[in-house]
Design a protein around this ligand. Structure first.
Ligand SMILES: Cc1ncc(COP(=O)(O)O)c(C=O)c1O
Length: 444
């Protein structure tokens, strides 16, 4: 077997440090020991540590060795969630990443650097992206069951920006936005930023209560319905064809816009058609490459009914013009050469493995999840207060989310949402055993 390249060793250490598998303060092997273990030259081992030090991940102390540095800023994404102890595992935010992806990035950057027209990357793209880049996304979307003209596809800096510009352009302050009573937290932030009145729709484990949605739209002037029909975050449901048809019928009869979020849709290999395909005249479909490629890429898109394209483009222009050229070049390269499709396929398998681990570790508990989703909704007993459980786990270095973050109405269920994608898969059984033990240790 060939010895690993020094970059592969750097990536491996960096991933272990960022995931918390190598906590702050851990002593790393001596240069000589590392060289022996990895069958690399001593000079290469020294280069590995020099690069990790330059990345701010380790520090060499003369005469003592090399240590993992404190990773402030890696306690989760929100400063308010800093942990009292070094982080062991993050079950609060899904950042799936396959082991070879840093290598893929290097390869793609080298290919970009070698293209004749590197200068083109320095030119401003039009808001919403160049026609040929939109066409690449439109072609990719055909596999998702969406048949859109490139001019109706806008490229954005992530799904959140796509949602932001759609709502900014197509709603007015005071408008009513119908959302599932448990939904993606970013929608609550946007509703508050745009002065929208969130109207929660009761949920069941298999989907929103569509009769309740119909009544809501009858009784209030609902401007838009935000929906995640395929692999819902946090409940993991996939609406069947009948539910989708019903949703569309309600939106049509009450003349509402539909905002369909397909962020996690790739995790179901053969879902029913997207709502966009059933009601293209009123559906704005948003998704991106955060969960299927890398959340740091911040590449997303919106597919719009033709009459709305101009307004949303103007709103995108008022934001940040959409996806940066360099990111677009990487994303469209991976979309056209099949890398994204391959990563999606691997992610489905990875998510199913993680889901299996979760089912085993949480056996007998109140779990709601899709068999290949990266999220688990874990119901708790009345005496197991979610904020208390989350605080106990934070004390052990494990970040989880409580139902509060997902509740769009006054009802706060007794539940946690566990995001399974971020910890190394080998660490997951132990972390979930710890979660279970922390919950079961609470006296009734
Ligand atoms: C359902 C859903 N929509 C949108 C987003 C935001 O995606 P992006 O990182 O592409 O902005 C997320 C991120 O977690 C999500 O879960």
């Amino acid at each position: 077997m060939r010895p690993p390249s020094y970059k592969a060793v750097v990536d491996e250490f960096a991933a272990a440090i960022r995931s918390g598998a190598l906590p702050a303060g851990s002593r790393l092997p001596t240069h000589r020991a590392l060289a022996r273990e990895r069958r690399i030259a001593l000079a290469t081992a020294t280069r590995v540590y020099a690069e990790l030090a330059a990345m701010g991940l380790v520090v060499g102390e003369t005469g003592r060795g090399t240590f993992v540095r404190e990773q402030s800023g890696f306690d989760g994404l929100e400063p308010s969630r800093a942990l009292p102890v070094p982080r062991t595992a993050d079950l609060s935010f899904n950042q799936p990443l396959a082991p070879g992806q840093a290598g893929l990035l290097r390869q793609a950057l080298r290919a970009l650097a070698a293209t004749g027209d590197a200068e083109a990357l320095l030119h401003q793209h039009p808001p919403g992206g160049r026609r040929r880049d939109r066409a690449v996304v439109a072609t990719y979307l055909l596999d998702r069951g969406i048949d859109a003209a490139p001019r109706d596809v806008l490229l954005t800096g992530g799904t959140q920006q796509a949602l932001d510009v759609v709502l900014r352009a197509l709603t007015r302050p005071g408008d009513v936005l119908a959302v599932d009573a448990l939904s993606y937290p970013g929608i609550r932030l946007l509703a508050s930023a745009h002065g929208l009145d969130l109207a929660p729709v009761p949920v069941t484990p298999t989907g929103p209560d569509l009769d309740a949605l119909d009544r809501l739209c009858r009784d209030r002037p609902v401007r838009a319905v935000y929906t995640m029909p395929t692999v819902h975050n946090p409940l993991g449901w996939v609406l069947d064809r009948e539910q989708r048809d019903r949703l569309v019928a309600v939106a049509r009869s009450r003349d509402c816009l539909i905002v369909e979020d397909g962020t996690y849709a790739f995790l179901d290999a053969s879902p029913p058609p997207p709502v966009q395909a059933l009601a293209p005249e009123r559906t704005c479909y948003v998704a991106g490459l955060s969960k299927n490629v890398a959340s740091g890429l911040q590449f997303g898109f919106a597919v719009l009914p033709a009459p709305h394209v101009e307004r949303v483009t103007r709103s995108l222009r008022a934001a940040a013009w959409g996806a940066p050229g360099l990111v677009t070049a990487l994303a469209t390269g991976w979309l056209s050469d099949g890398t994204v499709t391959r990563l999606e396929c691997d992610r489905r398998e990875d998510a199913a493995v993680r889901q299996g681990i979760a089912r085993a570790a949480l056996d007998g508990m109140d779990v709601t999840a899709h068999p290949s989703a990266y999220t688990v909704w874990l119901g708790l007993e009345p005496h197991q207060r979610p904020d208390h459980v989350a605080a106990v786990l934070a004390g052990a270095g494990i970040l989880v989310s409580t139902a509060d973050a997902f509740a769009t109405g006054p009802h706060r269920p007794q539940a946690l949402r566990l995001a399974l994608a971020t910890p190394p898969v080998g660490q997951l059984p132990e972390v979930l055993r710890h979660v279970r033990a922390a919950i079961e240790a609470i006296p009734p």
